[in-house]
Write a protein that binds this ligand. Structure first.
Ligand code: PGA
Ligand code: ZN
Length: 403
């Protein structure tokens, strides 16, 4: 496939920070995509360059891209990787590389008259038979909030079969949760991902509130997931959790109590990204009951995923394409994780755009979950809505025929 034109625009993300949107044009077929950015980032993530600099870089590489006739996504991504030729993608910038890689994927799907998730499923050699669970982040804390709990995300994960049913469940829950928090704390504030803040220091309060509200509105066919993002409160070998200082073994003890008390499905980044023994201990102790999810630990890197499997440090993984910089490498990360029988959760970032690519990615690779924040914020909602659109396409078995 040859590309006629690529243009880049600077747009604001959900936090009002600049990010990039690119447009690909090929004989009148136009596609757009935009890329997000994180706040609680892992130290092994690829480099994000300022959008104004990316504009300049694109003007250098666009003629090189236009010269080529790419036969596959793999070939396109390899071209970008070779052009950059750095381990952290600092020359071209991981954000520009990902924007180009997603743009190419979308254009390829469009020219082949396929839905994006269908094209991805073909590349990943996956037969789409079920849809991912939705990990709705309903209470925000950590770095994503101003005055809230020390753990970063409290997620409500309804266990219905269909995303449309799960979106209905979370909407019922959010109404009740909003009223509960407003009544108890006399304010109702939202964090970066659209979930509510609770101004308390004890992380268990978030779990108490969430499970109480789940009962009140009869949304009990659901589980709870946490993203602790523990790197954000780790200092000199200790964990500063609210107004408490915990050692690694005390924190592990807290998690064990939590797992016994609440309907837990998963715990993400329970320890600092460099505290591999913490991850190993928790995976050995409770890994059969709950998913121990790597995010800052693994950074969507096939290399790091391999190491964490060897070390038995986790049994599930967050896949964020912008941690690694190309779609092909994210697909390789999923392939590896699945070959280890890990659970796979495709995820957004805390600074998001209206792009819905990750919903197609989650379906196309057969992910166990899609984590896209709280649907009260539109940048999050559109991704769950895209999942519902795919649900309809699949259930009606419409032969997809886009004009
Ligand atoms: P981030 O947060 O996008 O700020 O890194 C999301 C997460 O930690 O999962
Ligand atoms: Zn995380």
């Amino acid at each position: 496939m040859k590309i006629d034109d690529i243009s880049l625009k600077i747009i604001p993300d959900s936090r009002g920070k600049d990010t990039i949107e690119v447009e690909f044009d090929d004989e009148g077929n136009k596609v757009f995509d935009s890329v997000p950015s994180g706040k609680s980032t892992g130290s092994n993530e690829v480099v994000v360059l300022p959008p104004s600099q990316e504009k300049e870089i694109l003007s250098y590489i666009e003629p090189l891209i236009k010269e080529k006739d790419f036969q596959s996504l793999e070939e396109f991504d390899k071209f970008l990787i070779d052009l950059d030729n750095t381990s952290d993608k600092h020359k071209l910038g991981g954000n520009l590389m990902l924007a180009l890689s997603i743009g190419f994927t979308k254009l390829l799907a469009k020219t082949q008259n396929k839905e994006i998730y269908q094209l991805i499923a073909e590349i990943a050699n996956h037969k789409v038979e079920r849809l991912p669970l939705c990990f709705f982040n309903v209470i925000n804390g950590g770095l994503h909030a101003k005055d809230s709990l020390p753990y970063q995300e409290y997620m409500f994960v309804p266990q219905n079969e269909l995303p449309s049913q799960n979106l209905n469940s979370v909407m019922l829950l959010l109404k009740e949760l909003g009223e509960y928090i407003h009544q108890k704390y006399e304010h109702l504030r939202m964090g970066d991902e659209g979930g509510y803040e609770i101004s308390e220091k004890d992380p268990e309060v978030g779990l108490k509130v969430l499970s109480e509200v789940m009962k009140r509105c009869n949304q009990v066919n659901a589980k709870i997931s946490l993203d602790v993002a523990a790197s954000s409160f780790y200092k000199d070998g200790l964990y500063l959790v609210g107004d408490k200082v915990q050692t690694k073994s005390q924190l592990l003890g807290t998690y064990q109590q939590i797992i016994d008390k609440y309907q837990m499905l998963s715990i993400e980044d329970p320890f600092d990204e460099k505290d591999e023994t913490g991850f190993q201990e928790i995976t050995a102790k409770v890994g059969k009951k709950v998913w121990i999810v790597g995010d800052d630990l693994t950074t969507t890197s096939p290399e790091r995923i391999k190491i964490m499997e060897e070390n038995k440090a986790c049994n599930a993984v967050i896949i964020k394409p912008n941690q690694i910089g190309t779609v092909s490498e994210a697909l390789e990360a999923v392939r590896l994780a699945k070959s280890y029988n890990w659970k796979v959760i495709v995820s957004h970032r805390s600074g998001e755009t209206m792009d819905t690519f990750i919903a197609d990615l989650a379906v196309g690779v057969g992910a166990d979950g899609l984590k896209s924040g709280c649907p009260l914020q539109k940048e999050r909602l559109v991704k769950y809505q895209r999942l519902i659109e795919i649900e309809k396409l699949i259930s009606e078995k419409i032969p997809v025929n886009k004009s």
